[in-house]
Design a protein around this ligand. Structure first.
Ligand code: ZN
Length: 315
């Protein structure tokens, strides 16, 4: 099957980049896979986290702006990011987050999974979700993070919407999802490819206030395309639904198109290739500031304005 439609990456907005790095690398144990700049605003960072090599479906990225205004959770936004953990790792995570002073909700049941909900330092809504399939996948072992308990990647994401039907159409008619079970206001959509990053939940929240973008909210959700041909086919199909898709943009590590889905969330279609090993070897990922060719001549000015990032916290 030609890959189209499972999650590729999720990008959110943060305040302090140093605090963001300390949380995702040192507390959650994700690998810091790329230290680069926002290609549309090169005086600010774009930080990437993922598994050992940044496999699509494991990649969480941030635009951190020091002093960024806080966003507001609400409709028209992607909200809860669910990470997959092995079912036997739930106790490890409750202990670990508690030891780091991170407040968690008591674990809850959702469909056949257990969900542990908490927030990142900017208020981004995160979940660790038990997934039997996760135990069969390799984890990234880091200092203080045993491989067996590591986050494996995304389980999925939840969108809060005024009306789920128009967004559901995009998922089922273009991105290949099947409508699944409904539990209360939560409508589950599952990608037949299965595995990591194959679940989108649409939460009907009619009448709830509208979200506002800012620190602690998600900027966009990117879905995988195997190659340019699959991406171009998605643009045609989306056009058929009356959605306007941007021309392709080169993001160095993937090539992207963007569109605003009918519920108001910014969606991206990102190619699987070329990936994060294009400019750094696997054992050095995330160590140096990587710039696209067009910004290399400005490296000294860019490095001068970017805040310093801490090296790994001893844990
Ligand atoms: Zn993106």
């Amino acid at each position: 099957m030609t890959e189209l439609g499972r999650l590729h990456h999720i990008t959110a907005i943060a305040d302090d980049p140093a605090r963001n790095l300390t949380f995702y690398r040192d507390v959650l144990g994700l690998r810091f896979i790329k230290r680069t700049v926002n290609f549309d605003d090169p005086g600010t960072y774009h930080l990437y986290y993922g598994d050992e090599t940044g496999t699509p479906g494991t990649i969480l990225t941030f635009f951190p702006y020091v002093g960024a205004q806080k966003g507001r959770h609400g409709t028209g936004q992607a909200e809860e990011i669910a990470f997959a953990i092995p079912p036997a790792s739930l106790g490890f995570w409750i202990d670990r987050l508690g030891a780091k002073g991170i407040e968690c909700e008591p674990p809850t049941k959702r469909f056949d999974e257990t969900v542990l909900a908490f927030r990142d330092p900017d208020g981004l809504l995160l979940e660790l979700v038990t997934d039997a399939g996760a135990a069969t996948l390799p984890g990234y072992a880091a200092a203080g993070m045993p491989e067996e308990h590591a986050i494996r990647g995304f389980r999925g994401i939840t969108l809060w919407l005024d009306d789920v039907a128009p967004t559901a159409r995009v998922l089922t008619e273009v991105l290949g999802y099947a409508a699944g079970p409904v539990e209360g206001a939560r409508h589950r959509f599952t990608h037949p490819g299965g595995g990591l990053a194959s679940i989108i939940d649409l939460r009907s929240a009619a009448g709830f206030w509208r979200g506002a973008q800012g620190a602690g909210t998600i900027h966009h959700v990117a879905f995988r395309a195997a190659d340019d041909a699959a991406q171009a086919a998605s643009s045609r199909a989306l056009g058929g639904l009356g959605l306007r898709v941007t021309p392709q943009q080169d993001r160095n590590y993937f090539r992207s198109t963007y569109f605003r889905e009918p519920g108001g969330v910014l969606f991206e279609i990102a190619t699987d290739d070329p990936g994060f090993l294009i400019d750094e070897p696997k054992d050095r990922l995330g160590e140096a500031l990587m710039l696209p060719a067009r910004y290399e001549k400005h490296r000294a000015e860019i490095e001068a304005v970017l805040p310093k990032l801490p090296s790994r916290e001893a844990v």
